[in-house]
Design a binder for this molecule. Structure first.
Ligand SMILES: Nc1ncnc2c1ncn2[C@@H]1O[C@H](COP(=O)(O)OP(=O)(O)OP(=O)(O)O)[C@@H](O)[C@H]1O
Length: 687
């Protein structure tokens, strides 16, 4: 085991000689380098602090965690220091590079099972250590599994790791939606009850699939769609035809990790005892099987970069869109999504017109929906075994959405309008000068058309073929385009860029091809819609008496508690209202849409916070507002100066409690390390 204080790495840039680039992430570039005084090859991760000004907290956390950990399967920083506007993190050089890079270079279809077992066992040991010490890694993926030239495996990148001893609230507010959607556990996406170390077990399961296939499930889709698919579909797994080559124990391991209910997922300790790991071999085996014959890391990285640049040029020619898309980012090996709302909206525009054939995971998911009952969103009893799975999934989803429509008309007094909010999922306001959408004025027909359109956005399981799409239902959808276009986040991509060719096959790396041309870019400022809604209370508002705007949701003044309004007769048991209108609705049909609303709301909230921060920065001062925490600006404005003062005190107290908890954790780790050192010293004294 390495010892933290064996060598003293200098903390001065002039003591290092940077060689070639060996990796690139969202926030950093990684170089091979020489530590001159120690004559040792190291890796240096260079972070541009100016570019990361939003996430200094995250960087601080990463460096802190990296320097405190002490486990052979975790990449520990030798030291770190600031130089100019960069932060340099000096770490052991892992000459094999990441598993993602190895797969991209030599194993595009994934690794063999003994290799996977060996890699995963080492990752699991790292997770066991982290979890036992109160850390959630939160970014477990092949790109963060590094291999040394001798086959040693280390889990890297603590950029998003969090301390489990933080209170749930701090974790949520500070780190909303960090991580990568493909690997992200459903509970992390939902953000309903927080999450714990079991989120890593989900990511671990997804990583297992990534190592088995060469890419993560749903990796061809943009983030918004990945979110929806993860929440709505049955968990991905290894029970598809192409996975015949894998053992039953591997399939069981993956299935155990990819259970939607985190409580039902095993701990890392339990997983480590899984019989699948009987297939694991030695480091040496890894080195021989996955590293032999590979070019040096720098060279591989350069080749990959050139390929990616070519691909980017090709895609640019196709799409002419700099914002595009998750897949390009994935190809570039960059995958830490920041869930920028505008990105998501432009991607949602693409999803709407996505007619792609179902891929393996989709079909798989549909099939499993019959088998499993833990599917979030679609109830298993809806699905008849006789019907082909694709159409089942499609009709289920559409039923769900029309049920949603029923729900809205039935819940006249329900303050959160699911249908309206769902429309809002694809609404980003409009450019200056255009007539704004008026929800009051949306006719029944338009609503249905919108829903039809939205359902297409969400029917990733449907995989309806070209013929079906060109039929009746498709033409009705087409009619809708000019009507509802103004509510949509129109694609930024020019019409001419869309290939009429339908993309086919299992090529998960293909982009969904939008089918309908988009005439203009409707990406408008989010604020516009927010302002409009606030200034022009809709008819529902007046019918509900005093209504307070809370973010996008309206809450009656009768009860402003987070639990919900008391004058709303929403019945959670039936998922509907106890209003006189009978409600034909299963909660499971509405759940996906409500989850979508919830996500959108959260993301919009994030966007508003960002905008407020930006405004605060650009104006330099915001008088009274600056006293109040940014988060609070989204709540009901405090009625008095005293109230504001108290709120600000509460925030300060929360902040210092958080800092104390962090400090305590740091001290705990230090104590443990000192204890270890002491024990070692005692042991060597005895000898
Ligand atoms: N110690 C190392 N030795 C060799 N290669 C490394 C090392 N650290 C990182 N890399 C390579 O650099 C890539 C990017 O590094 P890293 O993941 O730390 O950056 P990042 O900005 O945090 O990335 P992301 O957030 O996208 O995961 C890795 O995927 C890996 O291929």
């Amino acid at each position: 085991m390495e010892h933290p204080f064996e060598k003293r790495f200098p903390v001065n840039a002039k003591d290092y000689k940077l060689y070639e680039e060996v990796g690139e992430g969202v926030s950093a570039t990684v170089y091979r380098a020489l530590c001159i005084p120690l004559n040792e090859i190291v890796a240096i991760k260079v972070l541009d602090l100016e570019k990361c000004n939003n996430d200094l907290d995250g960087i601080r956390r990463e460096v802190q965690t990296m320097s405190l950990i002490d486990h052979p399967n975790l990449l520990r920083a030798h030291c770190s220091f600031a130089t100019g506007h960069n932060l340099w993190v000096v770490m052991p050089y892992m000459a094999g590079g990441s598993c993602l890079h190895i797969m991209k270079s030599a194993f595009p279809e994934g690794f063999e099972e003994p290799v996977i077992a060996t890699l995963l066992r080492e990752v699991l040991k790292a997770l066991l250590y982290l979890h036992a010490h109160g850390h959630i890694h939160r970014d477990v993926k092949a790109g963060n599994i590094l291999v040394d030239s001798n086959g040693a495996v280390k889990l890297a990148d603590f950029g998003v790791s969090a301390c489990m001893f933080d209170t749930g609230d701090r974790q949520r507010s500070r780190n909303t939606f960090v991580g990568t959607p493909c690997w992200m556990a459903p509970e992390v996406m939902q953000q309903l009850h927080g999450y714990d170390f079991k989120a890593d077990i989900w990511s671990f399961g997804i990583t297992a699939l990534e190592l088995a296939h060469g890419h993560a499930p749903f990796s061809k889709y943009p983030p918004m769609k990945v979110l929806l698919m993860t929440l709505q579909n049955a968990p991905p797994g290894l029970d598809y035809e192409r996975d015949k080559r894998f053992s039953k124990s591997f399939k069981e391991l993956v299935a155990a990790c990819l259970v939607k209910d985190p409580k039902k997922r095993p701990t890392s300790e339990k997983l480590l005892k899984h019989h699948f790991f009987k297939h694991a071999r030695s480091y040496d085996y890894l080195a021989r099987n996955i590293l032999d014959g590979l070019a040096p890391l720098g060279e591989r990285f350069r080749v990959l970069k050139t390929k990616e640049a070519d691909l980017l040029v090709q895609n640019k020619a196709l799409y002419e869109d700099k914002e595009q898309l998750s897949q390009q980012e994935y190809i570039k090996g960059i995958s830490a999504w920041n869930f920028n709302l505008e990105d998501l909206k432009s991607q949602a525009a693409l999803i709407q017109d996505d007619d792609d054939a179902p891929n393996a995971e989709d079909q798989d998911g549909s099939r499993k929906q019959r088998d499993r009952h833990d599917v979030v969103g679609l109830s298993a009893e809806r699905i008849s075994p006789e019907t082909p799975s694709n159409s089942i999934a499609a009709s289920s989803q559409e039923d769900g959405l029309s049920d949603l429509h029923d729900l809205e008309s039935s819940l006249a007094s329900f303050p959160i309008k699911p249908l309206q909010a769902l429309k809002g999922c694809f609404d980003i306001g409009e450019a200056e000068g255009t007539n704004g959408p008026n929800w009051k004025g949306v006719t029944q027909l338009e609503s249905e058309q919108l829903i039809t359109k939205s359902s297409r956005a969400m029917d990733q399981d449907a995989g309806r073929n070209e013929g079906e799409n060109s039929g009746q239902s498709s033409s009705s959808t087409r009619q809708v385009v000019p009507e509802h276009k103004k509510f949509l986040s129109g694609s930024l991509i020019p019409d001419s860029a869309f290939s009429p060719n339908k993309f086919t096959g299992d090529g998960d790396r293909d982009f969904p091809q939008p089918k309908f041309p988009s005439e203009r870019n409707y990406s408008g400022p989010l604020l516009y819609r927010q302002r409009r809604e606030t200034n022009n209370p809709s008819s529902e508002d007046s019918s509900e008496g005093a209504v307070v705007q809370r973010g996008r949701f309206k809450v009656t003044s009768a009860d402003l508690s987070p639990k919900g309004p008391t004058n709303c007769t929403f019945n959670p048991a039936t998922g509907g209202s106890t209003s006189p209108t009978p409600l034909n609705l299963r909660a499971s049909a509405v759940l996906p849409s409500l989850q979508c609303i919830l996500q959108q709301n959260t993301m919009q909230r994030e966007e508003i916070i960002r905008l407020i921060k930006y405004l605060e920065q650009s104006s330099g001062k915001l008088g009274d507002l600056s006293e109040v925490g940014t988060n609070d600006l989204l709540q009901i404005p405090p009625s008095s100066a005293r109230e504001r003062e108290l709120q600000s005190q509460v925030l300060q107290l929360q902040q210092s409690i958080g800092n104390l908890v962090e400090e305590l954790q740091r001290q705990k780790m230090k104590n443990m390390q000192l204890e270890k050192q002491l024990n070692k010293a005692l042991a060597s004294n005895k000898k």
